[in-house]
Ligand binder design. Structure first.
Ligand code: ADP
Ligand code: MG
Length: 265
């Protein structure tokens, strides 16, 4: 997708304004402001420890469970303030789903992994659950491989298929945003390609935000790239953010250039 199109045709889905994040006394994020585009793939890159996962977890309040955590600044999902005290966090987690680094299917059948979320949100009719399971497994192109063993444990699937199942499970509650934290790093190259191809399709309908260690992956699979780095006080900051093509061809900041050309990190 070319630069102008991505900037002009995509509205903002998530907006952060001068966000600070603290774990106790330690400031992990400083002054992060960015507009995440709807129905695009945004990659967050940067050296280990610069706050990529911390930032991603802010988008569905997954940091809430960490004792001593404090968030300042504004984070909006559409027009809704994610950290508003009246925020319905259960609904937020439905709208903003997460796929982790290591596939983490629940210790239950393939079928029940997908049906779990919809059941939790009140869907009881068997026929409807059947339809949801089939549709979501088809959406991640896993249906043909598992349709004859839906009752078998998800834990018996190969790693790559487990991750696709986890993506299908995230999709089954009909989210708007999907967060993926290094979701390919435990996968073989073939499975990685499968997940990347899927992301590309899903971006037609969903807003996708990925954290990746792989600059090659960011360059080939994302529309927008955010480069983060640690400040001198070890807090994480956003150095540069823009269309992926521009970040990798003509970075504006010397630090971005040094990182993408492999000078550090
Ligand atoms: N639960 C936590 N409690 C305290 N410090 C944390 C916690 N999680 C992460 N950190 C610290 O916050 C900084 C950013 O971590 P993280 O977001 O995991 O970075 P990245 O994903 O870029 O490697 C690191 O210094 C890390 O040690
Ligand atoms: Mg991380």
């Amino acid at each position: 997708m070319d630069n102008l199109r991505i900037m002009s045709e995509h509205r903002t889905k998530i907006k952060t304004e001068e966000v600070n994040l603290f774990y106790g006394d330690f400031q992990a994020l400083k002054n992060v402001s960015m507009d995440i585009k709807e129905c695009a793939i945004t990659a967050i890159i940067g050296p280990s420890g610069c706050g990529k996962s911390s930032l991603l977890r802010l988008f569905n309040r997954m940091n809430d469970v960490i004792p001593g955590v404090k968030v300042e600044g504004k984070i909006l999902l559409d027009d809704l303030s994610i950290y508003d005290k009246n925020m319905d966090v259960v609904n937020l987690k439905k709208r903003v789903g997460m796929v982790f680094q290591k596939p983490n299917p629940f210790p239950m059948s393939i079928y029940d992994n997908i049906a779990f979320g919809p059941k939790h949100h009140g869907i009881k009719q068997r026929a409807l659950l059947d339809e949801i399971v089939e549709r979501n497994l088809k959406q991640v192109a896993l249906w043909n491989e598992v349709k004859d063993k839906l009752k078998q444990s998800a834990l018996d699937l190969p790693m790559g298929q487990q991750q696709l199942l986890c993506i299908a499970r995230a999709l089954a509650v009909e989210p708007e945003v999907i967060l993926m934290d290094e979701s390919c790093s435990a996968l073989d190259p073939e499975s990685t390609m499968r997940v990347e191809g899927l992301m590309d399709e899903l971006a037609q309908k969903y807003t996708i935000i990925i954290v990746t260690h792989s600059m090659e992956q960011a360059a080939r699979a994302s529309d927008m790239t955010a480069f983060m780095m640690m400040n001198d006080d070890r807090s994480g900051g956003l150095v540069e953010y823009g269309p992926t093509e521009q970040i990798f061809s003509t970075p504006k900041d010397k630090r971005t250039e040094d990182y993408i050309t492999g000078r550090f990190g």
